[in-house]
Ligand binder design. Structure first.
Ligand code: FES
Length: 148
């Protein structure tokens, strides 16, 4: 048998938690550096597919064995995080856009632009993605050619 808490006590506790959260005081952990390189084990990326890393806003693909690509996971339509890599495409469920796993180009609208490409390097079995460096269109062409 438990004694119910007085309504005023419950409201005060809720307000304290909410106020601390709103003021950014509830966490003593440092914020994640959004430009820090991301690392992933290469074997986690399926050949002919890829994976979405929502926490780092990246999509890593492997269009063919040993060839890895990385893109921003932020859809260029309205900013949803792309949701899946299936049937050789990167898909956004918000409005149905699809992107190429090879170069991030738009396969199906409404997305107006390709997914921004990121540099990815492989050291042994580890992939490192530079999240702050965006590959230009000129680099993208070279980037794609070098992997073919
Ligand atoms: S936000 Fe991705 S299709 Fe609209």
């Amino acid at each position: 048998m438990s004694t119910p808490l007085p309504r005023r006590t419950v409201l005060a506790a809720a307000c304290t938690a909410g106020c601390l959260t709103a003021a950014g005081c509830s966490s003593t952990q440092p914020r994640q550096d959004e430009s820090a390189p991301a690392e992933i084990t290469a074997s986690e990326v399926p050949v002919g597919g890829g994976i979405v890393l929502a926490d780092t806003q990246l999509v890593i693909t492997q269009p063919e064995a040993g060839v890895f690509r990385a893109f921003s996971a932020v859809c260029t339509h309205q900013g949803c995080t792309v949701s899946e890599v299936t049937d050789g495409f990167i898909g956004c469920r918000c409005h149905g856009s699809r992107f190429s796993i090879v170069d991030g180009s738009v396969i199906r609208s409404p997305a107006p632009e390709p997914l921004p490409a990121r540099t990815v390097t492989r050291t042994g079995g580890v992939l490192t993605v530079n999240r702050s460096e965006q590959i230009t269109d000129r680099d993208r062409r070279v980037f794609v050619r070098s992997g073919e």
